[in-house]
Design a protein around this ligand. Structure first.
Ligand code: APR
Length: 232
């Protein structure tokens, strides 16, 4: 049997928009009413830990009220015929619940927390995390989220996956936040790139690709069309 082709799927907030989770770069430039640096930076954490914990508690609670949409669900179908890796900037678990099996979370996960004194101590976390919740070594726990200015530990694994991809699907991301937005630059020259987003922004890496096809539409309809085409 011939080796299966490989699809790498890069997703951003837009794929979860139709599940009811707001994207980041809305018109007001705020994230759920907050300046992003207040709730997504080490400085913000140092300034007000209770506020930051509460912000992610609210996001974690919201996650329990939403479900994967048709785009998340369609992506799992690709696993019937392809080797598939999802590399997401999203901290929700909608790809997991949508059935995808090989997922890299570049920016962390809402349903995990980690120690502020030992970054290897990571815990699954379903409910609220408050001041006084500690790791086994006694350090305060914090959200397992990559904040602005922090390293992206999963980046190397993501680059390794993209090097030998035949197809790259980019779904619902403004392609503004690096290093995630630069990952497509590691794809082979002859890889097919598909970009699904109602408001696509063709960044430097995408401008340099000649095998780029843009679907300027919502994830649920665009992913359906593309999956049907790729499953032959
Ligand atoms: N279907 C597909 N795409 C959509 C939809 C939809 N229904 N609705 C909106 N979009 C698109 C927007 O057009 C935009 O291009 O989703 C994108 C969302 O962009 P951002 O809000 O910038 O989200 P993202 O690219 O994931 O942000 C990257 O920035 O704040 C940080 O760490 C955070 O992971 C996040 C990163």
């Amino acid at each position: 049997m011939s080796k299966r082709q490989k699809i790498v799927i890069l997703t951003g907030a837009g794929i979860s928009a139709e599940s009811g989770i707001n994207t980041f770069r809305d018109a007001d430039g705020l994230w759920e009413g907050h300046d992003v640096m207040e709730v997504a930076s080490p400085e913000g954490w140092r300034k007000n830990q209770a506020l930051v914990l509460d912000f992610y508690n609210q996001r974690r609670r919201q996650l329990k009220t939403v479900v994967p949409n048709a785009a998340h669900l369609a992506l799992k179908e690709l696993e019937k015929q392809y080797e598939v890796v999802v590399i997401t900037q999203n901290v929700d678990d909608l790809h997991e619940r949508g059935g995808s099996t090989n997922i890299i979370h570049l920016h962390g996960e809402l349903k995990k927390v980690r120690s502020t004194g030992d970054e290897d101590l990571i815990y699954d976390w379903e409910d609220d995390c408050v001041l006084g919740d500690r790791c086994k070594k006694g350090y305060q726990l914090r959200p397992h989220i990559v904040w602005f200015g922090e390293a992206v530990p999963a980046l190397e694994a993501a680059v390794d996956e993209i090097y030998d991809a035949h197809h790259i699907l980019i779904i619902g991301t403004s392609m503004q936040v690096y290093p995630a937005a630069g990952l497509v630059g590691y794809a082979p020259r002859d890889a097919n790139i598909y970009y699904i987003d109602p408001n696509p922004s063709i960044n430097y890496e995408l401008q340099r690709r000649n095998k780029l096809e843009v679907f300027p539409e919502a994830a649920t309809t665009g992913v359906r069309k593309l999956v049907d085409r790729l499953l032959v």
